[in-house]
Design a binder for this molecule. Structure first.
Ligand SMILES: [Zn+2]
Length: 228
């Protein structure tokens, strides 16, 4: 067994990408790639201190190096069959660079992008209600993103560590709007870049509960990783 399936999970803010990768990533054959975990902490810090306008953008050459190093390490791991990429690639250039690396390190690996779509109003509502935990998630830039579980439904106390939960920094209304605009500005190019490589993007409406989204994607993952 070796890497046979790569699934970029795309979609606007608060469409459920991280929740989906967490649900699907429970399978031990699968690994979830999150860019921030593969760039040096100093780089993540630098993008934050350069101001909110930057929206956490990381230098392109650093990104490509990180993705290449990651995939090289994954193909050397016989236990990993499927990689889920949480919110990556984000630009047409990143799509092309990713496909080049896959071609070089795992030429038989199938790439199967999944794009979540969700009405902006619903996304804003979801963003307002989601919480993160600064104690449970040690983010290099003190900007945790993983969904935290409150001790009571709708509450503000972490069920895991009992400390106070917070909203995500990027969910502040002005940042959320800017992140949504950035997605809107790039998503067609990302899809087109996959298209021109002969790869169709699976578009999924994420209005259904997260568990339903996961059960829609799961059969595709199983079918694709078996045929590869
Ligand atoms: Zn906690």
């Amino acid at each position: 067994m070796a890497l046979s399936l790569l699934v970029p999970i795309l979609g606007p803010p608060a469409s459920g990408k991280t929740t989906l990768t967490l649900a699907l990533g429970k399978d031990p054959d699968r690994h979830v790639f999150r860019l921030r975990e593969h760039v040096p902490p100093g780089v993540v810090m630098a993008t934050v201190s350069s101001g909110p306008r930057n929206l956490g953008w990381i230098d392109e050459s650093v990104v490509e190096q990180a993705v290449r190093a990651y995939l090289e390490s994954v193909v050397g791991d016989p236990l990993i069959q499927t990689v889920l990429m949480d919110n990556y690639p984000g630009t047409a250039d990143q799509v092309r660079a990713l496909l080049d690396v896959v071609e070089a390190v795992a030429p038989r690996c199938v790439v199967e992008p999944v794009e979540l779509v969700l009405d902006p109003k619903v996304r804003r509502k979801r963003a307002q209600s989601r919480r993160v935990c600064h104690r449970c998630e040690h983010d290099p830039a003190a900007d945790p993103r993983m969904p935290a579980r409150p001790s009571r439904v709708g509450g503000w106390i972490c069920a895991n560590c009992k400390s106070l939960l917070h909203t995500r920094r990027g969910d502040a209304p002005s940042l959320f709007a800017a992140r949504s605009r950035r997605h809107q500005d790039t998503v067609d190019d990302v899809r087109a870049a996959f298209d021109s490589a002969g790869i169709a993007t699976n578009v999924l409406n994420a209005i259904v509960p997260a568990s339903a989204v996961a059960s829609l994607v799961e059969p595709m993952l199983i079918a694709r990783s078996n045929t590869a």
